[in-house]
Design a protein around this ligand. Sequence first.
Ligand code: NAP
Length: 280
Amino acid sequence: MARKTERYTVVTGASSGIGYETARAFAARGKNLIVAARRRHNLEALKSEILARYPTLDVVIKASDLSVTENVYRLYTDLKGYALETWINNAGFGHYGSAAHQDLHKIGAMLRLNVEAPTLFSSLFVSDYKDVEGTQLINISSAGGYTLVPGAVAYCATKFFVSAFTEGLARELKETGARMRAKVFAPAATQTEFGKVANDAAEYDYDKAFGTYHTSRQAAEFLLELYDSDKTVGAVDRETFEFTLHDPLLSYAGSSKHNQKTAAEADGQREEKSRCSRRE
Ligand code: NAP
């Protein structure tokens, strides 16, 4: 049963890696959790681990394949009885390989999980909660969501989308006086199951493949730093592995005179023109 008076943090992709550690980190902050991914067994293990340390918390498990569009809508509808505070779109996977030879079935699922699901969840969450004080949306991009990485073109493109969508949303929320804040977390190489999935490999050695990387626990600590800050982007530099907080990084046409005008602005401009021509 939803504890109607209490607030919840949603973490998608909480069955391993960054999502698992992020859920643990939010539990340590006393947050009730709703955790989603396909592997129910892993979510059960996470729940047991959290409740052993913090028995008063509520941890709700939602086992779902979020690369299926209907499941995204179903999960959001299922959560209507809960008061949500923070939504973390973390579920995602990558693919290494030439764009000319990729498994299109895998790429299709990646587009739906990395792009469609966070876009739908973000829009639904913003629509319902944007005026609620203290609410946050955190979308997981990547260092590859700001820099193209060779051999990972389609994956990077999905993460460029996440960076652009979330930065744009963050600006819109601020400009319209909403209470919710939207933020982008962009980790670099992190030791998780990502390497195995991206390379379709049974085993993956981060020491051999990268040499330098963060642990998923370190990534969760960075994410919490972003959560606590008033900045929009928390990014790991893929060369130095330093984590820093930023205002939006992408170029923005906020004050351009070439933006589409609203009907009211267009009417105002027409009146101004006709006033000028009457004066002449
Ligand atoms: P991970 O250990 O493979 O975790 C991925 C999570 O996403 C798992 O919980 C997985 O759960 C979930 N997931 C995958 N497919 C799903 C589906 N169809 N439906 C629902 N959930 C699904 O990898 P990770 O590194 O922690 O990845 C977390 C996020 O960080 C991803 O968005 C990734 O792109 C991003 N990231 C990772 C790195 C890195 O180097 N590791 C760097 C930059 C960004 P199930 O398999 O149980 O469904």
